[in-house]
Design a binder for this molecule. Structure first.
Ligand code: GLN
Length: 281
């Protein structure tokens, strides 16, 4: 390259590279990654667009675009992702917080709770959001992955709820004591056949154990439904995220476990996204 490119020129070239690599929204990603390389807020990119990019920023940008072109998720390159208005530290050790999971947050916040259990806590985005929104509540988050437990703990500190949260390494309910008035989970629900259809970002860069049960996608719900009644207080609620085709089957599992008031809640795209039920009061 001779001479220095302006930020606008660099972004255009990066957008073309990302488009050729099959990235979904190449212009958006080119912009976010330029902001990251230049260490500025994304909202300020337009201001620097006419300016020449300093060589160290251009080099950093080139590295980021190369990684994005092999479909490393933007969140992993930035190290963070926003969820329900807060930033969470993320990495390839945890499922990326997704906007559809905010449906579960809204459902949880629609009624009071004091003590919440999150099964498969991952980044901690569900549990920590709930505790940040309900400042008198406490909670327990479990994950089989030690790395996920560390990530959730870091996010608890980031959002100042570490004094009200216990992060425990556990295979579902195995190392858990006590009873809760709310159980939440976004378990692995992709069937092993469906894994092939996921985007490269998800399939190659997110933890497989957070995505699939290596079976029909309902394995986690069977485990959760079987034990939930032992850990729910009378009248306590359970809310789980589901894949859009799983509502009936997950509802039937809760029903068979003796839970009542089974209901299905759609996400903002109108797809079934959360199944809720209650412990008989
Ligand atoms: N919603 C995720 C996806 O389809 C799956 C998350 C999960 O299994 N909990 O990419």
């Amino acid at each position: 390259m001779t001479g220095l490119q302006t930020a606008a020129q660099a972004m255009l070239a990066a957008t073309a590279r990302l488009r050729a690599a099959g990235v979904d929204d190449p212009a958006r990603d080119a912009r976010l990654l330029l902001a990251h390389a230049a260490r500025i807020e994304a909202s300020r990119v337009t201001l620097i667009a006419p300016e020449e990019l300093q060589p160290e920023i251009a080099e950093r940008y080139d590295q980021l675009i190369s990684l994005r072109a092999i479909r490393v998720p933007v969140s992993h390159l930035l190290g963070e992702r926003e969820f329900y208005g807060r930033k969470f530290w993320v990495s390839r050790d945890v499922l990326d917080p997704r906007p559809e999971t905010e449906t579960l947050i809204e459902a949880a916040l629609s009624a009071p709770f004091d003590h919440v259990l999150d099964l498969g806590v991952g980044s901690g985005c569900i549990l920590i959001t709930l505790l940040a929104e309900r400042t008198s509540a406490s909670g327990v988050g479990v994950d089989l992955s030690e790395a996920a437990c560390l990530q959730a703990s870091a996010n608890a500190v980031e959002h100042h709820v570490e004094g009200r949260v216990d992060i425990v390494r556990s295979n579902w309910f195995e190392n858990i004591d006590g009873q809760f008035d709310l159980i939440v989970s976004n378990p692995p629900y992709v069937s092993v056949e469906e894994m092939a259809d996921l985007s490269p970002e998800v399939k190659e860069h997110e933890p497989r154990m957070a995505l699939t049960d290596e079976g029909d996608g309902l394995g986690a719900y069977r485990r959760i439904a079987a034990s939930a009644p032992d850990f729910l207080l009378p009248g306590g609620r359970i809310l789980v995220e589901i894949g859009p085709t799983q509502a009936k089957k997950v509802g039937a599992l809760f029903d068979a476990a003796g839970l009542v008031d089974v209901r299905v809640i759609p996400d903002l795209d109108g797809r079934d996204r959360v199944v809720g039920a209650k412990m008989p009061g």
